[in-house]
Design a protein around this ligand. Structure first.
Ligand SMILES: Cc1cc2nc3c(=O)[nH]c(=O)nc-3n(C[C@H](O)[C@H](O)[C@H](O)COP(=O)(O)OP(=O)(O)OC[C@H]3O[C@@H](n4cnc5c(N)ncnc54)[C@H](O)[C@@H]3O)c2cc1C
Length: 479
């Protein structure tokens, strides 16, 4: 939420770096300032408690102090283990989900259909969106909309082919969802929708399981974020990253590591026709091994158990996700990097840890630890995407715009699929945007008028569709 609309706008302008039209950012700043009222109303309806957390925005641009987190700290009679048995992350986020779920359940006219993937959008002769097509027991079924259709089907975290079309670096491993493969983009593009900042994703780096059937990237441990110029940064991080030549190449501990951690890996070496740090080598020593687990898996997929990283990092050595080397010579050989480069890299690193000299990549001194106590441990890390920020271009009423800037009649977008986080992400911004854009899109669709300005009533509703495929799973929400 925003404590001050004007200051919030200043910050959003700076972090979007011209990627998003100003009126969009103004609308977002205004809505973020009005958000507490809505959240408190949702909380009251569920008897929940809201706690304000003073956490300024991530970067020290003007206006960063204008933001605050609202956490749903308690929901009475709610036991996430009982009520959402597939959920693995039991923090405050699940309480927020519960408030929304309560709202949906309190309106019997809303029919929730899970396991009902929308295949395409339906249009009338005037190219107005009038409904969606879904699979049915005897072939595709049509569900007609009374007003408009809101696409809220997320990004392309697991859309490997789409990622290759928009991102240079590859492969990028999904952190936690397999259901988002970019359907919303394709359906809207088929009607001429314009796209924006497709390059941008919220991500970092992480390990790949040795078992190829485990589909998720395992992100490195979440260490505290830090704000450049305001504090000295984070806590000790046990590792450094090396490229394929055995040299450091980036700040391993960026201010908001789980947002921009992957960006430094996007370096293609045209002289060798390969990415110089894909995969990168994550290296730590025995002292680091004992300090904490270097990674942790986050996933709520009900069908795939998350991989539990061991407390002492040793199970991963047994599995082969990490490798151990007793000497620097053996380490260089196992890593397949030139021994002289590795020795030089570690000598420079350890000397800088001792002296506190500024790091050429900007890693703060108090996050650095020497790597000098054998045995040494290393593993390969790849970029990991938590969620994509690339979006369907829309207006301030969430109407999807075509490549000529005209609204596609009857089509709205909400949530991540319409993200306005154009360059640097605002922590917590995705969920704030879901609440804001969801309301706007819903209102727009409900009040949707046809090209002649009349409110259109359509006879067909969900009731027309095949009811045989009732909700069975909790992983694909109907758009
Ligand atoms: C590990 C992790 C931590 C995060 N932490 C935060 C945080 O702290 N704060 C924050 O603000 N954000 C956070 N995010 C981001 C945030 O969770 C997402 O941006 C947000 O959930 C997006 O919501 P959405 O409803 O737009 O899309 P989603 O939650 O992705 O939902 C889209 C749904 O559409 C379904 N779908 C896809 N295609 C179709 C189709 N053709 N037909 C029907 N359904 C379809 C998908 O299966 C999915 O269920 C985090 C994300 C991850 C992965």
């Amino acid at each position: 939420m925003a404590l001050d609309e004007a200051k919030a706008l200043t910050y959003l302008e700076a972090t979007n770096a011209g990627s998003i039209p100003s009126e969009q950012l103004q609308a977002m700043a205004r809505a973020m300032a009005a958000l507490p009222e809505f959240i408190h109303a949702l909380a009251r309806a569920s008897g929940a408690t809201v706690k304000a957390l003073d956490r300024p925005a991530n970067y020290p641009f003007a206006g960063c102090e204008a933001f605050q987190f609202l956490e749903i700290s308690h929901v009475p009679d709610f036991d996430p283990r009982r009520d959402y048995p597939h959920a693995r992350s039991l923090g405050a986020g699940i309480n927020a989900f519960k408030l929304i779920d309560d709202q949906v359940r309190s309106r019997p006219t809303i029919e929730v259909r899970l396991s009902t993937p929308v295949l395409k959008l339906l249009t009338d002769a005037d190219r107005r969106v009038i409904g969606v097509e879904v699979p049915g027991a005897e072939g595709p079924r049509r569900i007609l909309a009374r007003g408009g259709v809101v696409l809220a089907c997320g990004g392309f975290e697991a859309g490997t082919e789409m990622q290759k079309r928009y991102w240079q670096m590859r492969p990028v491993l999904p952190a936690s969802t397999l259901g988002n493969t970019g359907d919303g983009f394709r359906m809207a593009q088929a009607l001429g929708a314009e796209l924006s900042h497709m390059w941008h994703f919220h991500g970092t780096y992480g390990f790949r399981h040795v078992d190829d059937s485990y589909p998720f990237g395992i992100r490195t441990k979440k260490l505290p974020d830090w704000t450049p110029e305001k504090d000295q940064g984070g806590v000790p991080m046990t590792w450094i990253l090396l490229d394929r030549g055995g040299q450091r190449f980036m700040n391993e501990y960026e201010p908001y590591l789980h947002d921009t951690g992957h960006r430094g890996m996007d370096r293609y070496d045209a002289t060798r026709q390969r990415f110089s740090a894909l995969p990168a080598i994550l290296l730590f020593d025995e002292v680091g091994r004992q300090r904490y687990p270097v990674a942790r898996s986050y996933t709520n997929d009900p069908h795939i158990a998350p991989y539990d990283w061991s407390e002492d990092n040793l199970r991963e050595v047994e599995l082969g996700i990490l490798q151990r080397a007793d000497s620097l010579e053996a380490l260089a050989q196992q890593m397949q990097v030139p021994p002289a480069e590795l020795n030089e890299t570690l000598a420079r690193w350890n000397a800088a840890c001792a002296s506190g000299a500024p790091d050429p990549f900007g890693r703060p001194a108090n996050t650095r630890l020497p790597i000098s106590t054998p045995p040494y441990y290393f593993g390969h890390v790849w970029p990991v995407v938590s969620n994509t920020q690339g979006a369907l271009v829309h207006d301030t009423g969430q109407r999807v715009l075509d490549t000529f800037g005209q609204p596609i009649d009857g089509l709205y977008v909400a949530g991540e699929l319409g993200s306005i986080w154009g360059f640097l992400y605002l922590s917590g911004g995705n969920l704030a945007e879901c609440l804001i854009s969801g309301r706007l899109a819903g209102q727009g669709a409900a009040l949707s008028t046809d090209v002649r300005g009349n409110r259109e009533e359509r006879n067909g509703t969900m009731a027309d569709a095949d009811r045989a495929d009732r909700p069975v799973r909790n992983d694909r929400a109907a758009a």
